[in-house]
Ligand binder design. Structure first.
Ligand SMILES: Cc1cc2nc3c(=O)[nH]c(=O)nc-3n(C[C@H](O)[C@H](O)[C@H](O)COP(=O)(O)O)c2cc1C
Length: 358
């Protein structure tokens, strides 16, 4: 089947295409996103996509070492496999933070070499490290020596006016020589001056061909492509060239996309939006009993019924009601009721409940 056929986007064609390529070894990942991929979000994404790799928001190595770990590294067992994303550049600190992350149960430690914000540049980490491959390699080597889970790197193609593929490849080779086998490539440059982080996710042109060339020329490395992937067809078409796709904004705003991709790529059962949401109930009620507010949990669900009948009303009921003091699960049922979803019934999709009973 051709990528063009896949782009026609029927779930059957996605499934056939993914299977014909790499079977279960394909990587579906949800991007690390500050203020978005908190623990509440990751649990929701896990229920939607049982086989996806999830990533935390970036946490600076210093914060891991000196900060409130119970809060910063909080993770529900249902989230596995989940990666802790670290920011930083001092090898000794990165190593210490990586060890702490692995001891907390994270399945992977990922180093951020892609964030372009001014604050991050001032701290000499994030995307500006694309210009310091030797330092990244030193950091990665120290992290690998300090922990026994995979250490991965999420990077850009380059910064500012780096337009030579050879320079990008040299960066990867230097870091790979330090022992990193897995690279997530946000396939555009970061412009360090004059663009906001948001513009840096939109303005510099995408060059997927560099990620494809990397996989072709370094087949032993795992290459996951990221940046601008808008739908299931596009994500699946990348499997012709690389090992997987990492989705950020599209997955966040249209979470059902994750469920479709997971079912298509890994062959799992297809559930319904309402059933996935109801599978959150034991987790949500536990969090509410601990003093959490529904609005902080449910804000990640607003796009669940996007494009469906009642999708806007669902969003409205949830976003207005969840702010009220004492908002509880009954509001979620009200929100589901305004959609075309079927009424409550037994469903076999209760991963969070199951983990709670362990
Ligand atoms: C709100 C937001 C926060 C982000 N925070 C991080 C972060 O903490 N670490 C990181 O590596 N990338 C971060 N990113 C970048 C994403 O991981 C991803 O590389 C980028 O959005 C491109 O992928 P997309 O087009 O699929 O969204 C963030 C993106 C968004 C939208």
């Amino acid at each position: 089947m051709s990528a063009t056929e896949v782009l026609q986007n029927s779930d059957k064609s996605l499934a056939e295409h993914a299977k014909s390529r790499y079977d279960a070894s394909v990587r579906l990942s949800v991007a690390p996103m500050m203020d978005w991929t908190d623990g509440y979000c990751r649990v929701f994404h896990r229920l939607l996509a049982p086989n996806a790799r999830l990533y935390t928001e970036m946490v600076h190595a210093n914060a891991v070492i000196h900060g409130d770990r119970a809060k910063l590294l909080a993770m529900d067992p249902v989230e596995h496999p989940v990666a802790l994303q670290l920011g930083g550049s001092e090898p000794a600190l990165l190593a210490q933070a990586a060890r702490i992350g692995a001891d907390h149960g994270f399945d992977e430690i990922n180093l951020n070499v892609g964030c372009p914000s001014d604050r991050v540049q001032a701290g000499r980490f994030g995307a500006c490290l694309m210009r310091e491959p030797a330092l990244v390699a030193e950091g990665v080597a120290a992290m690998i020596a300090a922990c026994d889970v995979p250490v991965t790197v999420k990077c850009r193609l380059g910064v500012d006016d780096d337009h030579e593929y050879a320079r990008f490849l040299a960066f990867i080779d230097t870091v790979a020589a330090a022992g990193c086998r897995d690279f997530i490539v946000h396939a555009r440059n970061a412009w360090l001056k004059g663009l906001s982080p948001k513009e840096n996710r939109e303005v510099p042109p995408l060059r997927y061909d560099w990620a494809y060339a990397l996989k072709r020329e370094r087949p032993a490395l795992t290459v996951v492509v990221n940046g601008g992937i808008a739908d299931a067809g596009e994500a699946t078409a990348h499997l012709d060239h690389v090992d997987g796709a990492m989705l950020g904004r599209a997955a966040y705003h249209d979470p059902w996309l994750l469920h479709r991709l997971d079912a298509a790529w890994y062959g799992g059962p297809v559930s319904t939006r309402a059933d996935v949401l109801r599978a959150m109930r034991p987790y949500v009620e536990r969090q509410l009993a601990r003093g959490a507010q529904l609005k902080h949990i449910s804000r990640h669900w607003l796009g669940l019924f996007q494009g469906e009948r009642g999708g806007r009303a669902f969003r409205q009921v949830l976003s207005e009601g969840a702010h009220r003091p004492g908002a509880d699960w009954s509001l979620v049922e009200q929100a589901i009721a305004v959609t075309a979803a079927r009424p409550p019934e037994a469903h076999g999709f209760d991963a969070v409940g199951a983990s709670a009973q362990k």
